[in-house]
Design a protein around this ligand. Structure first.
Ligand SMILES: [Cu+2]
Length: 316
């Protein structure tokens, strides 16, 4: 179903189906049921800009998993499938839900499916991840993603001109070596799974940057997936206009240079550049930044109008 079709269906009182979006905002006039289906898949994924791959554990075959988006007051009808071809048990831990860790968040075996529903109680940006044992490995191997719950009141926050999702996590040399994960011997750090994915300054193989125009309000949803490191998120050459811890419009901070996200935390960061040029969004821990946690955002009057909208909110 197209985004326009979903929006029409929601407004006319129908039930929006299969709403797993890499982006598109749905502003429904009334609460709706949002069906989300994730399938655990054990596949190889790119681990750098040159195309090297890693044996990953994923949701729907990508790291990070799909962006899940709903509006405060909606009902999320969630289904997890564990692909029959997998070897491991997997699960879901939804930070946006109040649930039962022993049943709804419990592991399922390959070939099994589980479903549960919840109504998100708070607007914001939230982490989701696999909680199966050992959790450190399921997170490090890629079972991570973001949920955005838009506020019911469309005027609760200033309108964003563009939106981007960045999910930071550490990558280990050997995905089988849980001891190295417990010892925190990670090799690379990345936004959205690939180190320097949006940074052609530090990696000549990078092919893209984030984009916006001067004067636009750029809203960045940043999730710190860990599994181990805190992240001091800073826009080099800029300043955060507003920060909303956990993305809740009631938690607002202004004029911030840096904000620390604990492992498993998330926040919404607003940025406005008065002029053309580039900012570098970094985890200001230099080991993390120089290991891949840098994303360039280019401010230009010629910015690609598709960037920061639709499926270019989580830029792959
Ligand atoms: Cu898992």
């Amino acid at each position: 179903m197209t985004t326009a079709g979903l929006r029409k269906s929601a407004i006319t009182g129908g039930i929006a189906t299969a709403l797993i979006l890499a982006g598109a905002a749905i502003t429904a006039a009334q609460a709706k049921t949002v069906k989300v289906e994730l399938t655990a898949k054990e596949v190889t994924v790119p681990v750098d800009n040159e195309g090297h791959t890693m044996a990953a554990w994923t949701y729907n075959g990508h790291v990070p998993g799909p962006l899940i988006r709903a509006t405060e007051g909606d009902t999320i009808e969630f289904t997890l499938k564990n692909d029959a071809a997998n070897k491991k048990s997997h699960s879901i831990d939804m930070h946006s839900a109040s649930a039962d860790v022993l049943t709804e968040f419990a592991s399922i075996k390959p070939g099994e499916t589980k479903t549960f529903s919840y109504v998100p109680e708070h607007a914001g940006v939230f982490f989701y991840h696999c909680g199966s044992d050992p959790m450190i490995q399921h997170i490090a191997r890629g079972m991570i993603g973001a949920v955005i719950i838009d506020p019911k009141d469309p005027n609760a926050m200033p309108k964003a001109d563009r939106e981007y999702v960045l999910i930071e996590h550490q990558i280990f040399e050997n995905p089988e070596d849980v001891d190295s994960m417990m010892a925190n011997k990670w090799k690379r750090d990345a936004f959205n799974a690939v180190p320097f994915q949006y940074d052609p300054v530090h990696d000549e193989h990078a092919t893209q940057t984030l984009e916006a125009k001067p004067g636009e309000r750029v809203r960045i949803y940043m999730v710190n997936a860990g599994p181990n490191e805190f992240s001091g998120f800073h826009p080099i050459a800029g300043i955060w206009d507003r920060i909303y811890p956990s993305g809740n419009p009631k938690n607002v901070m202004v004029g911030m240079q840096n904000y620390t996200l604990a492992p498993g935390d998330a926040a919404t960061f607003d940025l406005i550049s008065p002029k053309e040029g580039a900012y570098a969004l970094v985890n200001h821990s230099m080991r993390a930044a120089l290991s891949g946690a840098i994303a360039i955002i280019m401010f230009s009057e010629k910015a690609d109008p598709t960037m920061g909208h639709g499926d270019k909110i989580l830029v792959r």
